[in-house]
Design a protein around this ligand. Structure first.
Ligand code: ASP
Ligand code: MG
Length: 425
């Protein structure tokens, strides 16, 4: 029997009862004959509480100390979970990220895993113990300081360990039954997707679907590690994230063209008004934004009015970075010679994602028709090979999701989605 890596999110281990429930589940996997490695997140909202605490004592907590503090959340979970497992008669040993061999670069708060050397984990499971690893943390190869991988990083710890241990599967447990065709909170008829490709999952996650940490999916894709996303509150089969060929095989009867609808309310739009229409102007604008370390998403440049020789350029970005971008652009206003800046925080993005769309014409037309019938105005459009995204007014995000979901017949006849736990993973 092979190695199974299981990751439990914060809502699954929110309190003592949750930890006992998870312990039972881990033990039954072990009893079924698997070697089990478990990655845990901090209990409930612990990470948020720790960040708040840091902010109460310091306006700008030093990154090294903040990382040291935040890793404590996962260490609490791992020790308590190991105790719970031992109390029901099975051997369990907890390990920090550093002890588990998670080696990272030195970027505090967003460290990247550069190597995994899980010797102690392998030894523990070979001796018949269950290994419990603190998620979201590692140790810097150069500074030897403790690092964190960024919010939601435990998913990435789990996949990285699964790859290094050559596990059969990485199971990621949260409080929903899997990946859905849309967020069940705004689309009650959302259906659970049985299988989805790494590429589609990446697009869904990048477009705002809160399913898996983006980097964990990139990692899984690179090493072809199957992820099983499921709920720790039910025994139901969840969603398998696998390579595209394996999705096609399974669904060869009738491959769905659209796999899901993602939405993101945390977008803002900046319009640079009256940009002189000559070479180098767009370059100057986007260089200023890039130098401020801001990731922009969609860009639209209007045709310039012949009379004025000026044009408007709009782009979207995470609204959290709006202030920084506006400041960076204001600074170059005179040099570039544009007229003014407009900032609109009340926009959202709705995307349809599906590997099948690259081979079926008319998908965008159908999407836009559905939006128009629902009275939703499109402000911007962008596409990839397997995605079409639109920017709409934030107040119309829900209508847009519902319209897309209906027109591509993604809905189920019964209510499938149950959210068992608290506030997320
Ligand atoms: N506890 C960390 C967070 O809340 C990491 C994780 O949950 O994956 O972001
Ligand atoms: Mg917004």
């Amino acid at each position: 029997m092979g190695i199974v890596v299981q990751k439990y999110g914060g809502s699954s281990v929110a309190d003592a009862a949750g930890i006992k429930r998870v312990a039972q589940r881990i033990v039954s996997t072990k009893k079924a004959g698997h070697q089990v490695v478990v990655v845990v997140s901090a209990m409930g909202d612990t990470t948020d509480d720790l960040i708040e605490l840091a902010n109460e004592v310091s306006p700008l907590p030093p990154a090294r100390e903040l990382d040291m503090l935040l890793t404590a959340g996962e260490r609490i979970s791992m020790a308590v979970l190991a105790m719970a497992i031992q109390s029901v008669g099975h051997e369990a040993r907890s390990f920090t990220g550093s002890q588990a061999g998670v080696i990272t670069d030195a970027e505090h708060g967003r460290a990247k895993i550069i190597d995994v050397t899980p010797g102690r984990i392998q030894a523990a499971i070979d001796e018949g113990a269950i290994a419990i690893v603190a998620g979201f943390q590692g140790v810097s190869q150069t500074t030897k300081d403790i690092t964190t991988l960024g919010r939601g990083g435990s998913d990435t710890t789990a996949v990285a360990l699964a790859v290094a241990l050559k596990a059969d599967v990485c199971e990621i447990y949260s409080d929903v039954d899997g990946i859905f065709t849309a967020d069940p909170r705004i689309e009650p008829r959302a259906r659970k997707v049985p299988r989805i490709s790494y590429e589609e999952t990446l697009e869904m996650a990048a477009q705002g679907a809160k399913i898996l940490h983006l980097r964990c999916v990139e990692y899984a894709r690179r090493y072809d590690m199957p992820i099983h996303v499921r709920s720790s509150f039910s025994e139901k089969e969840g969603t398998w994230v696998v390579k595209a060929e394996d999705v096609a095989q399974e669904d060869s009867m009738e491959a769905a063209i659209i796999t899901g609808v993602a939405h993101d309310r945390s977008q803002a739009k900046i319009t640079v008004v009256g940009v002189p229409d000559k070479p180098g102007e767009a370059a100057a604008l986007f260089r200023a934004v890039a130098d401020a370390q801001i990731n922009i998403d969609m860009i639209v440049q209007n045709v310039s009015a012949a009379a004025t020789g000026r044009t408007d350029i709009s782009f979207t970005l995470p609204s959290g970075e709006g202030q920084t971008a506006m400041t960076a652009l204001s600074r170059i206003q005179e040099a570039v010679g544009f007229e003014s800046l407009q900032y609109d925080d009340s926009v959202g993005k709705v995307s349809i994602v599906g590997a099948g769309m690259s081979s079926s014409p008319g998908i965008s037309a159908r999407f836009f028709e559905a939006l128009s019938e629902a009275g939703v105005n499109i402000e911007m459009i962008s596409t990839s090979e397997i995605r079409v995204s639109v920017v709409v007014a934030e107040t119309q995000v829900e209508d847009a999701v519902n319209a897309a979901h209906a027109t591509f017949e993604l809905g189920s006849d019964e209510i499938e989605a149950v959210v068992y736990g608290g506030t997320g993973r």
